[in-house]
Design a protein around this ligand. Structure first.
Ligand code: UDP
Ligand code: MG
Length: 310
């Protein structure tokens, strides 16, 4: 008998816990036929609603349901990592609680791993139906930019919905970085990944936990975690400005020495000083971003704290 661990990160998902369970159970027949048992791990990422109560109801009904709750909201990345740490399965899958990752795809994903020897089967949505146009626009720009800057491929539209073998999971667990950007980590570990596509499904109950601002911060974190190109850009801008200044100085010097034409015009001077100090502050900010991430890594704080583990 093999074991399949199903990880479900939940943050204020009381309306979805039971629905998700029902939907997942539709694939039970298939997995029974393949001699695969379930282990369902709900990770409660510090929910303030009745998520815990809903999961406890399930635990009373089904002893395959596990529950790990955090002492506060630590973010989805921490929930994913906690799920992977608690999973004991030979295969591990993670899906969102809101049914935007359809469990119905599981049998197909499983057969890719067992029959074709893939170590992970990942999903990506082919469209962004139902998403605000501005969000789509920036999301596309982000993927374009990060793939230009990073050696690790980060797939546009990729979901965190992924079925993995034990060795793939162990590889991810071996990356203990504090600033986690799963979309990059999955690509970084390598192994053979099969991509399957599905059409975007809108959330039916509850609401998204990602505001535009949260996504923006997440995007910056992703770039910093998987690329050092911004640091190189800061150096290049610095060099470029030095070169321009050098030519300028020569020009002014020669003009005032040989043509007795002292430089005039303080407005232009003020503009140039402001431009240069702006660029300097920007570059300092870029360095600061990397430094702050290093600071957080060095402190080695736990990624999450457990309140309950059932
Ligand atoms: N989630 C979480 N912690 C958070 C935010 C979200 O565990 O801080 C979970 C959430 O409950 C859901 C999944 O991550 O199961 C995806 O979140 P959401 O549906 O809000 O994101 P979207 O689908 O809008 O990108
Ligand atoms: Mg969602």
């Amino acid at each position: 008998m093999k074991l399949l661990s199903v990880i479900v990160p939940c943050y204020n998902e009381e309306e979805n816990v039971a629905d998700f369970y029902e939907e997942l159970m539709k694939t039970e027949e298939f997995f029974k036929g393949k001699d695969v048992d379930f282990e369902i791990i709900y990770i409660d990422d510090g929910s303030k609603d009745g998520t815990a109560k809903e999961v406890h109801k399930l635990i009373d009904r089904d002893n395959r349901v596990h529950f790990v709750s955090f002492s506060r909201n630590f973010g989805k990345e921490a929930a994913i990592y906690a799920g992977l740490q608690h999973a004991k399965g030979d295969y591990v899958v993670m899906l969102d609680a809101d049914l935007q990752d359809p469990p119905a795809l599981l049998p197909q994903m499983y057969s890719y791993i067992v029959n074709e020897g893939y170590d992970s089967v990942a999903t990506r949505r082919v469209d962004r139906k139902g998403e605000p146009p501005i969000r789509s626009f920036f999301a596309r720009r982000f993927y374009h930019l990060i793939n230009k800057m990073s050696k690790t491929e980060i797939v546009d539209g990729a979901r965190d919905y992924r079925l993995m073998t034990r060795r793939f999971v162990d590889a991810i667990l071996s990356m203990e970085e504090y600033n986690r950007f799963s979309k990059g980590i999955f690509g970084w570990v390598g192994f053979d990944t099969k991509w399957i596509e599905f059409e975007n499904i809108e959330r039916k109950k509850g609401e998204t936990k990602w505001s535009f601002w949260k996504l923006f911060i997440y995007a910056i974190d992703g770039i910093i975690a998987f690329s050092t190109v911004p640091l190189a850009i800061a150096s290049i801008i610095g060099t470029l400005f030095c070169a321009i200044a050098f030519v300028g100085i020569l020009f002014i010097l020669i003009r005032s020495l040989f043509w007795q034409d002292p430089t005039s015009g303080w407005p232009s001077m003020v503009c140039i000083i402001m431009l240069v100090s702006g660029v300097q502050l920007f570059c300092l900010g870029v360095v600061g971003q990397y430094l702050s991430k290093t600071y957080l890594e060095v402190k080695k704080r736990p990624m999450y704290l457990v309140k309950e583990d059932i």
